[in-house]
Unconditional design. Structure first.
Length: 107
């Protein structure tokens, strides 16, 4: 009888842990979906500092590129407490260190 109660208790604990993990995953997943949806509208917001007509979406690994008359800007939109991914940090570092070039390929 004691073993049966112990087994039931272990099963209940496992189920509770799984439910908690599923809830945390769903919350994170919802945040990611919200962020992806929101970034599509960011260039059209009033406080976007550039002309949205000259913005081109990439989506990954950065959200897009802003083509201005005197410069080109790599743009990443973030919402809430989201942070740059490691790949985005590397891209930012390459840009800051002027490790960019223009290649033309002809076919």
């Amino acid at each position: 009888m004691e073993y049966m109660l112990l087994i039931i208790a272990i099963i209940v604990i496992i189920m509770l842990v799984k439910m908690n993990m599923d809830l945390m995953h769903n919350k994170k997943s919802q945040s990611v979906r919200y962020g992806k949806m929101t970034e599509n509208f960011m260039p059209f917001l009033e406080n976007y500092p550039y002309d949205y007509h000259n913005f081109r979406f990439l989506g990954n690994p950065i959200d897009g590129i802003q083509f201005n008359d005197n410069n080109i800007v790599f743009v990443e939109f973030k919402t809430g407490n989201s942070k740059l991914s490691e790949k985005q940090k590397k891209i930012k570092e390459l840009v800051e260190n002027k490790r960019i070039r223009f290649d033309e390929f002809r076919i």
